[in-house]
Design a protein. Structure first.
Length: 394
């Protein structure tokens, strides 16, 4: 008979976070892959390009690139953390069509939102970027489309600067709202940005956009804390900011922590494949071994809440939605943005600007943690300028 070992407080294994240099390295490795693939998908968003083809390419490239990491350590899981979604014009999010569905071909002037994510050892990096097909310095984006783009870009830059220990999540909510209003746009109501952790893409701490009165009462306020990681997601609309479902198939799903004994063999096979291949990471039915069987198998899983869907949402026809998403590490020397592409200000022209001096001041501070002290005085001096700040920093 073995002697019992008394439980000692504090014996619980420590959840790995970015206080550990190796964890930071893994986040950055995933981020480099995400940025590379996102850039390739943006460059591929040209007139006549297939949306499904771009989604396929994004997923294939993420799998290829993550497979190169930690080759000798077979225990390290890696791969897609969020399948490539390409949502055009008034489509808000989560559009990633199946092979069995009609494809969409991009047209000149389409507003294209590309959203994807990868993980190394389950440390997740995600990003989204918006491009307008055919836009350039000589053929600028103008009008309402330009308003949405500028509002989303500047709101994401404000969110980055506010993501630091001691600040409250609702300060991000309020600044995003004010910036959207300056461009006569609206953030998409109820959209959430999530804290990230190892194997967790939808952490407990969240930042809400444009909450309704009911959502504001129900949604908790949180404080940013040192060594946390967030996926900050900004979605700005030229319309009412109300997401609605249309008759479009949901293709992106994620396993939950619920349990249920599935009755159908097809459902059990599907769920087993999800567990083995994706674990807790979101996935698309398009990437399953058999798309037809997956479409059948997912039904029972969703009915009994083993799998949750990512709804494809739309604004009203003729409206535009712009999105910028980035992953940020809350380091001791300031927020460190590891994903996201530079915004091409030369190809966008809006006749609106931000008049709020506090927001101007915030946006003119540096987003680069190392340069923050040097630029502080320069930022104070620059506040006198009344033009909207031009930001291209990562």
């Amino acid at each position: 008979m073995s002697a019992s070992i008394p439980h000692v407080e504090g014996d619980e294994p420590k959840i790995p976070d970015i206080s550990d240099d190796l964890v930071v390295t893994k986040y950055k490795m995933a981020a480099e892959i995400v940025n590379r693939v996102l850039k390739e998908c943006c460059e591929g968003s040209i007139e006549g390009a297939s949306v499904r083809g771009l989604c396929e390419k994004g997923d294939k490239r993420m799998e290829e690139e993550t497979a190169k990491a930690f080759k000798k350590d077979k225990k390290v899981q890696k791969g897609i953390a969020f399948p490539t979604c390409i949502s055009v014009n008034n489509c808000i999010c989560h559009y990633s069509p199946l092979f069995s569905e009609k494809d969409i071909l991009l047209k000149k002037g389409d507003m294209v939102k590309i959203d994807l994510g990868a993980h190394i050892d389950q440390f997740i990096a995600v990003a989204a970027h918006t491009v307008v097909v055919g836009a350039s310095k000589d053929d600028k984006v103008k009008g309402r489309m330009a308003d949405a783009l500028m509002a989303a870009h500047l709101a994401s830059e404000a969110a980055l600067r506010l993501s630091r220990p001691g600040n409250e999540t609702y300060s991000v909510t309020d600044h995003v709202q004010k910036i959207a209003e300056a461009y006569e746009c609206k953030p998409i109501e109820g959209m959430l940005s999530h804290q990230l952790a190892q194997n967790v893409i939808d952490g407990e701490k969240t930042i809400i956009q444009n909450p309704s009165e009911a959502q504001r009462k129900e949604h908790d306020k949180y404080d940013f804390e040192l060594h946390e990681v967030y996926a900050i997601d900004v979605l700005i609309s030229t319309g009412e900011g109300q997401g609605r479902e249309k008759d479009v198939k949901i293709t992106v799903y994620k396993k939950t922590d619920e349990t249920y004994m599935l009755k159908m063999k097809n459902s059990r096979d599907f769920f087993s494949q999800v567990q083995k291949k994706y674990g807790n990471m979101p996935f698309t039915l398009r990437n399953m071994d058999n798309e037809t069987k997956a479409k059948m198998g997912v039904v029972e899983c969703v009915t009994h809440k083993l799998i949750e869907p990512f709804q494809v949402l739309y604004e009203k026809e003729a409206e535009y939605v712009a999105q910028f998403k980035f992953t940020v590490l809350l380091m001791p020397n300031g927020p460190h943005k590891i994903t996201g592409l530079p915004f091409d200000l030369d190809s966008v022209e809006s006749d609106k600007k931000i008049d709020d001096l506090d927001i101007q001041k915030l946006l003119k501070t540096s987003a680069n943690p190392k340069a923050a002290k040097k630029k502080k005085k320069a930022a104070e001096k620059a506040i006198a300028g009344d033009a909207a700040p031009k930001l291209v920093e990562q």
